[in-house]
Write a protein that binds this ligand. Structure first.
Ligand SMILES: *Cc1c(COP(=O)(O)O)cnc(C)c1O
Length: 415
């Protein structure tokens, strides 16, 4: 019986990640994939070589359900194909995936596939700093216009999309980093679908996906990840993933990847592939830990505010969270009186480490205004609500009671 909840047939994502997409017979019966490090692949005949290049260039369509023959590892290689086939079932609604050597590589390649000079990108603010930089210092000088709109403002986002001309991309990042502000994906996707230009809706799903938020099921066209974060989960590799319900769109993105040479390398594919079956386990534990910590710290006299989905006060933010996310996730921010208090806290933690990045099994804590978000202007920081007292916490899988004790002893040292 097909499972009506699953667009991937009879089993759910956590099962499919272990059963779909990898055939042990193609790896000498090995239960886990072998690593194929070759840069080039041997053809059985010159005719086959000619055919492979015709398929690669799109002169001849690939046979139904068949992958193009392997040619050269900048285009694709077995470990990329295995990883792509195994990650598709983890993202509800996805039909095709592409893997990249960083999250930024995936985001850049998606933009450069769809955005053209003279077209407009509508995007929510704040975005990941690297993405903001990509828009301002690469795309805009190439003649792509951009229209920022505050994340979370459902009405304003709808209006910005409806009134944009020559719009090629609607780009959302939700929840926003580090304020956790949520944007309604379904609403923005509807506005894009009704626009005569039919822009491509892209969602950076790094914070809550693939376990707790499913943009493709809400109408988005493309989901992007920094695989460096929750997907790999050990803070020991850099990777990126794009997933789409439209194989045609993915083919175009992969053609750009072949040109840029930013495919994820075989060893990295193999590593990330081995992490996929535990993504849901890790994220569930991280979310439970964060939930307990955020709620225990809520109301603490040294903290002005805890920014976390279960503590949202704004009715619209609550609605978006409840409709769009299965669980609140492993990240929260603490708002202290000012920078000295925030720095005292960072200095005093013993288990939580002061580092950027997030999504790893260890708890990491940082001060966004002076680090990850230091490239933003004073006005942008102000509008996004990123103040001197804000500290971002990415909660790991440690025992939450030890983390709480660590946070409490650090709070005692805050003057
Ligand atoms: C880290 C991150 C990125 C960039 O990914 P890299 O793997 O570092 O290139 C993009 N978006 C978000 C939300 C991130 O956290």
């Amino acid at each position: 019986m097909p499972n009506p909840e699953s667009p991937h047939g009879p089993v759910r994502p956590r099962t499919a990640v272990l059963t779909a997409g990898f055939d042990p017979h193609l790896s000498f019966g090995s239960a886990r994939p072998a690593v194929f490090r070759s840069s080039t692949y041997v053809f059985s005949s010159p005719e086959e070589a000619e055919h492979a290049f015709s398929v690669l260039a799109g002169r001849v369509p690939a046979e139904e359900g068949m992958r193009a023959d392997l040619i050269y590892s900048r285009f694709s290689h077995p470990n990329a194909e295995i990883l792509e086939d195994q990650i598709v079932p983890l993202e509800p609604g996805a039909q095709a995936a592409g893997v990249f050597n960083s999250g930024m590589a995936a985001i850049m390649t998606a933009f450069l596939t769809v955005a053209r000079p003279g077209t407009t990108i509508v995007y929510t603010t704040p975005l990941y700093g690297g993405t903001t930089g990509l828009i301002h210092s690469l795309l805009e000088p190439f003649g792509v216009q951009s229209t920022p709109v505050p994340g979370g403002d459902t009405e304003a986002i709808g209006r910005a999309i409806r009134s944009a001309r020559n719009v090629s991309v609607v780009y959302l990042e939700t929840p926003a980093n580090p304020t956790m502000v949520m944007t309604d994906i379904r609403h923005a996707s509807e506005a894009a679908r009704n626009h005569p230009d039919r822009p491509v809706v892209m969602v950076d799903n790094t914070f809550l996906g693939p376990t707790f938020q499913h943009p493709l099921m809400l109408g988005a066209d493309l989901v992007l990840y920094s695989g460096t974060k929750y997907l790999s989960g050990m803070s020991d590799m850099v990777a990126g993933v794009a997933l789409s319900k439209d194989p045609q769109l993915m083919r175009k993105i992969l053609a750009r990847r072949s040109m840029f040479g930013n495919i994820l390398q075989p060893d990295e594919c193999w590593m990330l592939d081995g992490r996929l079956p535990t993504v849901a386990l890790r994220m569930n534990r991280q979310s439970k830990n964060a939930n307990r910590l955020a709620e225990a710290l809520h109301g603490h006299p040294k903290i002005r505010r805890v920014l976390y989905p279960t503590l949202f006060e704004d009715a619209e933010q609550r609605r978006i969270y409840e409709e769009q996310c299965a669980y609140p996730g492993g990240i929260f921010s603490l708002d202290f009186e000012g920078r000295p208090a925030a720095f005292d806290f960072l200095r005093s933690l013993r288990i939580g480490r002061n580092a950027v990045s997030l999504g790893g099994v260890e708890t990491l804590v940082c001060h966004p205004k002076s680090t990850t978000h230091s490239g933003m202007s004073a006005q942008e920081l102000d509008e996004a609500g990123i103040g001197d007292g804000l500290v971002r916490v990415s909660v790991g899988i440690e025992d939450w009671r030890d983390l709480l004790a660590d946070f409490e002893q650090a709070l005692e040292r805050v003057k």
